[in-house]
Design a protein around this ligand. Structure first.
Ligand code: PEP
Ligand code: MG
Length: 572
């Protein structure tokens, strides 16, 4: 058995189709007529653009608009005047053929992107390679590998898959994907998930280990790959494959059903998103709204800040798509572990205790906060938007942010721009201070959302990203459980809604406790919604009250977690 990274869930059983890297031998030929060579280059660019547009349309139909955006990015690269200009200059000044100019300029960019720290920038290297190969194919009159006509039950084995190769795949015929390179966030992994093809990436040396037609099993859940497995082993995986398919079908039956417990307690199951395109998944998995839109993702992976208009369009897109269902948009939460290089923010000694989220926004009202609030308020005319403030620790922050919101409303009134006058303003309760002040804050805001990712960090004084102290990082610690219960009861006493958007909200061991504490809304990654709904419909709050009492009597996280692990066996 070979191990790799589980990139897309499910079991694939079939026969290997090995895709060899295309090797172009590029010679440094002299160009007899550099003008003609530049024209040839532009002709190739046009054809490569047409191929990319066709692939994008195919992909949009198969996997959705959001996934097709990867290829839209390629079109932007093909039209980038800096890149194409450099290639032209290389042809003219070095008097070389355009194949050579394309190869040298593009590979130089690939190397620069590949050496960057930022994961998303490293992805750009794969995009650059993809377009380089596409231009070279056009120049040589080579047709791309036809992924659309692979036989049924194919397991694709490749060094790496370019996004355009993945886009051409017919998901009905491809049982699995295995690559030597890539990670969970590489574009090919993202596309494999969108097409729901089991995939394992980063399996060293796999291309040389198999030949076309070799029997293979791909376990995308465990990140395992079997080559020529014995029949008994294959049968075992076939059983697992059938079981997973049955579970998936069963979960689909929860689409369109309300999240109500056996004893009639109704809760809301919402989704966490980071980009407007994510709403497709929210609708697919039947989310009852957005419980957390992490707006910082709009600011990442780019060279300058998105302005008011761009933000307005992004928020409007989500609000309109959700058609009146609540959309909680969190104002910018950068700092901590989320850095944005172009903002020129100095690195703190203790980033998680420093210049982050609401602190930074209130300090940079004019260039950061006001444009964001204007975009948010303008978008509120198109759906049920609520504003959420991150990392609140004291009353002054809430009041200052609310005052700025009121100022922006007056501005919009003067400009005759419509917005929702009754827009709700809530806070993330994710610091120890906010938890201790929950009764007071509950009288000042319209709703709470508990951010357990940070609440655990700030309650246990444990850096959420530090492996050496990760044994302390559990929401099952009695201190965190007490804090959660306290926050929920303060909200309920004040008559405001309380949700949770930290990872704990989708943890099957935590859901029964949260139901017992009286949580109103659970917000999670879209794909977790149906599982949570099944669990909730199988629960009874009356019965869970005793379970919660028992758990709150434990003095260690280990006991609480162990007890819940046993308890949920009857619910999942
Ligand atoms: C949290 O802290 O629980 C949360 C949802 O926010 P983030 O993970 O973005 O800090
Ligand atoms: Mg947080």
């Amino acid at each position: 058995m070979y191990r790799g990274t589980n990139a897309s869930a499910g079991i694939g059983i079939g026969k290997a189709v090995v895709i060899k890297e295309e090797e172009f031998i590029i010679r440094q030929d002299k160009a007899a007529d550099t003008e003609a060579e530049v024209l040839r280059f532009h002709g190739a660019l046009e054809k490569a653009g047409a191929r990319t547009r066709a692939l994008a349309a195919e992909l949009a139909a198969k996997a959705g608009e959001a996934e097709a955006e990867i290829l839209e990015g390629h079109l932007m690269l093909l039209a980038d005047p800096v890149l194409t200009g450099e290639i032209e200059i290389a042809i003219q000044e070095e008097e070389v053929c355009c194949e050579y100019a394309v190869e040298t300029v593009c590979t130089r960019y690939e190397a620069v992107f590949a050496s960057m720290d930022d994961e998303l920038m490293r992805q750009r290297a794969a995009d650059m390679k993809d377009i380089r190969i596409r231009i070279q194919q056009v120049l040589r009159g080579i047709s791309p590998v036809d992924m659309g006509s692979l036989p049924a039950g194919s397991i694709i084995v490749a060094k790496d898959l370019t996004p355009s190769m993945t886009a051409g795949i017919n998901p009905a015929h491809v049982a699995g994907i295995v690559t030597e390179l890539g990670g969970r966030t590489s574009h090919s992994a993202i596309l494999a998930r969108a097409l729901e093809i089991p995939a394992v990436v980063a399996v060293p040396g796999i291309v040389d280990l198999v030949q076309d037609g070799t029997d293979m099993v791909v376990d995308g859940n465990e990140g395992a790959v079997l080559v020529n497995p014995p029949d008994a082993e294959k049968a075992r995986y076939e059983e697992k494959r059938q079981r997973l398919l049955r579970q998936k079908k069963e979960l689909e039956s929860y689409i369109g059903r309300p999240a109500v417990t056996k004893d009639g307690v109704r809760v809301r199951l919402a989704a966490n998103i980071g980009k407007p395109e994510d709403v497709e998944k929210v609708l697919l998995y039947d989310g009852e709204g957005v419980g957390l839109f992490r707006t910082e993702f709009l600011f990442m992976d780019r060279a300058s800040m998105p302005g008011e208009e761009e933000q307005f369009q992004a928020y409007k897109k989500v609000a309109s798509a959700l058609k009146g269902k609540p959309v909680i948009i969190r104002t910018l939460d950068i700092g901590g572990d989320k850095e944005i290089p172009y903002m020129g923010i100095e690195k703190d000694e203790n980033p998680f205790l420093g210049y982050r989220a609401i602190r930074l926004c209130l300090d940079r009202k004019e260039d950061i906060y006001r444009p964001q609030l204007r975009g948010l308020l303008r978008a509120s005319a198109f759906g049920n938007i609520k504003i959420m403030l991150p990392m609140v620790t004291c009353m002054d922050e809430i009041q200052e942010a609310k005052a700025l919101i009121e100022e922006v409303k007056k501005e919009l009134d003067r400009e005759n721009i419509p917005y929702n006058r009754e827009i709700q303003v809530g806070i993330m309760v994710e610091t120890a201070a906010a938890s201790l002040m929950a009764d007071v804050f509950a009288r000042e805001v319209d709703f709470f959302s508990i951010g357990t990712n940070d609440l655990t960090q700030y309650t246990m004084a444990v850096d959420r990203g530090n492996d050496r102290v990760s044994y302390l990082y559990s929401p099952f610690n009695p201190a965190v459980l007490r804090s959660i219960r306290h926050i929920i009861s303060c909200a309920r006493e004040a008559g405001i809604k309380v949700g949770m958007c930290g990872e704990a909200a989708s943890d099957p061991m935590m859901i029964p406790l949260l139901l017992a504490f009286g949580l109103n809304e659970f917000s999670m990654s879209p794909s977790a919604i149906l599982g949570a709904r099944r669990m909730i419909t199988r629960s009874s709050v009356k019965e869970l009250l005793a379970v919660a009492d028992r758990v709150m009597g434990f003095t260690t996280a280990k006991e609480a977690e162990g007890y819940m692990r046993e308890f949920i066996k009857c619910l999942v």
